[in-house]
Design a protein around this ligand. Sequence first.
Ligand code: AMP
Length: 202
Amino acid sequence: MKLILIGPQGSGKGTQAKLLSEKLGIPHISTGDLLRKATGELKKDIDLYIVNGNLYPDEKMLNVLEERFKERDCKKGLILDGFPRNLKQAKMLDQITKIDNVVEIFISDGEAVKRISGRIACEKCGTGYNLATMPPRVPGKCDRCGGRLVKRADDTEEAIRKRLKIYHRETEPILKHYKHFRVNGAKDIEEVQREIMQNLNN
Ligand code: AMP
């Protein structure tokens, strides 16, 4: 199954994608994580864009993603989180694969800013936490693997506002391009997960 999760920053896409990945046995591909993991010259190029909250150019982004699609674990399916981000990317994706389900997770901008401000993640395994709503058992340490918990460089208030603006202007319109179903991301994690599972076809 190939699945896309679309929603603003802080809507819980990453959290839901991780859970779905475990349940469905298909990889969670976060384009943000792919970019943050890059090294060397590629990292230097990526940092010119992402630290300030701007999008990485479409063609370059697609190259990074296509490399990831070639890996074996994508044979059974995949969950895309953070891609496509605009109509051009959606059309590029149509050329390389067929998507079975598109899910929109919606929350208000106010809720998004509140959530992202408290957001931290494990630098080793990527598990996300929130200081206000979902703190780790031991401050600064990942419950799962003991890795260090860090704040993302682009989770400053200024970059968050810019990313939300880009979301409304460029990403939201692609929902018209896809048949999709909507879930309310303000509900608790298990409830959102249940609604997504119930609505998946294939
Ligand atoms: P995210 O982790 O999804 O919030 O993404 C973090 C940052 O990575 C974004 O603000 C962009 O700079 C970049 N990025 C992630 N996905 C894409 C994409 N599909 N196209 C362009 N840039 C992206």
